[in-house]
Design a protein around this ligand. Structure first.
Ligand SMILES: C[S@@+](CC[C@H](N)C(=O)[O-])C[C@H]1O[C@@H](n2cnc3c(N)ncnc32)[C@H](O)[C@@H]1O
Length: 358
């Protein structure tokens, strides 16, 4: 006998029904990232943003110089996923597209823009590493998924490929533009009493320039590998210094590490933190660490899934990096010789602020 409408090949019941739906998210999982990347490359969000009022398919396609049938299909999925909304244009029955909170993240500029981070994560070099993940997880497989794909770790690959280095630095900078204002607003007290701050692994210096703008009494030192510093633009209140954090860190009242320690294993984190400890003032010094903390059971926390995915990104793209629980952070900080620390969660954000004291 044929099954009834409520039967699924996965069995009966709510969970089985959900499995029959959810599995397609994974079968076609890459589509969502690819279509969002396509929207950024075409400049769909920027084109709609510049338009006065809802933008019809005809106007959007002609502004983009694209085939309307293809644009329609791309927009149909994006609207379904809450990127953009459809609204009446006010002219007859015509409907047009308008920005939504989610599509504002695809703008090339703007306070919510994560376009450069999406372009980084969806770039051929980053995607290639995912194909080596199983080999990385096997005990006898490649030691790093990124090295399995490219024969060098991410930092050496960036040093040899300036285009990928730019993609990485632009991607990180777009994350900083979203994250740093949340730190400034959520934890301004952390920066009180600090006259100089060294951003260790600070990339192109965007994060530090935002901090110095908000706390203008701070002198900023942006410290990163020489190939990163050599192409970093001048920024007010920020001095760029090239070097290697495993050898030494420029002296300052406090050190700031954002999205850096998660790239390394515990032993390397201890080495980096000891170099930071040597660099900071003994009396008022501290190390300010911005990282995602996994495994916290916070009420109404909708971002744990993103932290767990970030941990997988670290497994795919770094050699030894990982997401850490608060207990794992405590172990690393005490091994590096810090006498105390506190963790300040940042409301509805992926990351927390950790202050560690010598
Ligand atoms: C994930 S990025 C984070 C960049 C920046 N802190 C941010 O949040 O946008 C890690 C940074 O660490 C830098 N880095 C890697 N190895 C380093 C080393 N040995 N010394 C100094 N910086 C290093 C990389 O060049 C890169 O800019």
């Amino acid at each position: 006998m044929e099954g009834t409408d409520s039967d699924s090949q996965f069995g009966d019941g709510e969970e089985a029904q959900a499995a029959g739906v959810d599995i397609w998210k994974y079968v076609f999982g890459f589509t969502n990232m690819a279509v969002v990347k396509c929207a950024i490359e075409l400049g769909i969000a920027d084109t709609i943003e510049k338009h006065d009022g809802p933008m019809t398919l005809e106007d959007l396609s002609s502004s983009l110089g694209c085939d309307p049938c293809s644009v329609y299909r791309v927009m149909r999925l994006l609207v379904h996923n809450n990127f953009f909304k459809e609204k009446p244009t006010g002219q007859g029955t015509a409907i047009g597209y308008v920005q939504s909170p989610l599509s504002s993240c695809l703008l090339r500029q703007g306070k919510n823009s994560l376009a450069d981070l999406i372009l980084l994560e969806s770039s051929p070099a980053m995607v290639a590493a995912w194909h080596c993940l199983a080999s990385r997880v096997r005990a006898n497989g490649v030691s790093s998924a990124f090295e399995g794909a490219h024969g060098a770790d991410l930092w050496k690959y960036c040093a040899a490929n300036p285009d990928h280095n730019k993609l990485l630095q632009d991607g990180m900078a777009s994350a900083s533009r979203v994250l740093v204002p949340a730190i400034i607003e959520g934890c301004p007290g952390v920066f009180q009493g600090i006259n100089s701050l060294v951003d260790v692994g600070g990339g192109n210096g965007i994060a530090l320039s935002l901090l110095v703008k908000a706390f203008p009494w701070i002198q900023g030192i942006n410290f990163d590998l020489p190939h990163v510093i050599s192409v970093a633009s001048e920024r007010d209140g920020v001095k760029h210094v090239g070097g290697n954090m495993f050898e030494s860190v420029p002296s300052a009242d406090a050190a700031f590490l954002m999205w850096v320690l998660h790239d390394w294993n515990d032993d390397d984190c201890v080495k980096i933190l000891k170099k930071c400890k040597e660099a900071i003032a003994r009396d008022k010094g501290k190390v300010i660490i911005i990282e995602a903390i996994v495994g916290e059971k916070k009420e109404n926390d909708k971002l744990e899934y993103a932290r767990l995915m970030l941990d997988m990104v670290l497994m795919a793209h770094t050699t030894k990096g990982k997401g850490r629980t608060s207990k794992e952070w405590e172990d690393v900080l005490f091994k590096a010789g810090f006498s105390g620390f506190n963790i300040k969660p940042l409301g509805a954000a992926l990351h927390s602020v950790i202050e560690a004291f010598p």
